[in-house]
Design a protein around this ligand. Structure first.
Ligand code: VL7
Length: 134
């Protein structure tokens, strides 16, 4: 059975989100608001088709993709840069490479015990987030 990320997940830890946002060029005032948020992720997975909705009291972000199919991502409401994104499986990890203006940009999702992990990468910064089922 392939891994299933489906569910509603609440953020419980967020290591170096500040460094990640600085690397993305997010302004000070926005970072100040963003870093105290406790976003929720609603993930709907049907095989290799994903719908990941990240919601918060400040901004929401919806991402829909199929594993192995490159797509245009506009990062609207985040850093607003466009990039080409490709998500692939690396064993049971979901790995996204976001090709664009920012070097080394991407993220990885995996499950560990009852937790959902997300590593966000941009340039030389790594943010590590952990979510628990709501
Ligand atoms: C999405 C935030 C910082 C701007 C607002 C912060 C609002 C809630 O891409 C992400 O997740 C992937 C994998 O699950 C699916 O898209 C992370 C949050 C990154 C970057 C930019 C700060 C302003 C946070 C939407």
């Amino acid at each position: 059975m392939p891994v299933d990320f489906s569910g509603t997940w609440n953020l419980v830890s967020n290591d170096n989100f500040e460094g990640y946002m600085v690397a993305l060029g997010i302004d000070f005032a926005t970072r100040k608001i963003a870093k105290v948020l406790k976003p929720q992720k609603v993930i709907k997975q049907d095989g290799d088709s994903f719908h990941i909705h990240t919601t918060s009291t400040f901004r929401d972000y919806l991402l829909e993709f199929k594993v192995g199919q490159e797509f245009e991502e506009d990062n609207k409401g985040l850093d607003n840069r466009k990039c080409k994104s490709l998500v692939t499986w690396e064993n049971d990890k979901l790995v996204c490479v976001q090709t664009g203006e920012k070097k080394n940009r991407g993220w990885t999702h995996w499950l560990e015990g009852d937790d959902l992990h997300l590593e966000l990468r941009c340039e030389n910064q790594v943010c590590r987030q952990v979510f628990k089922r709501a």
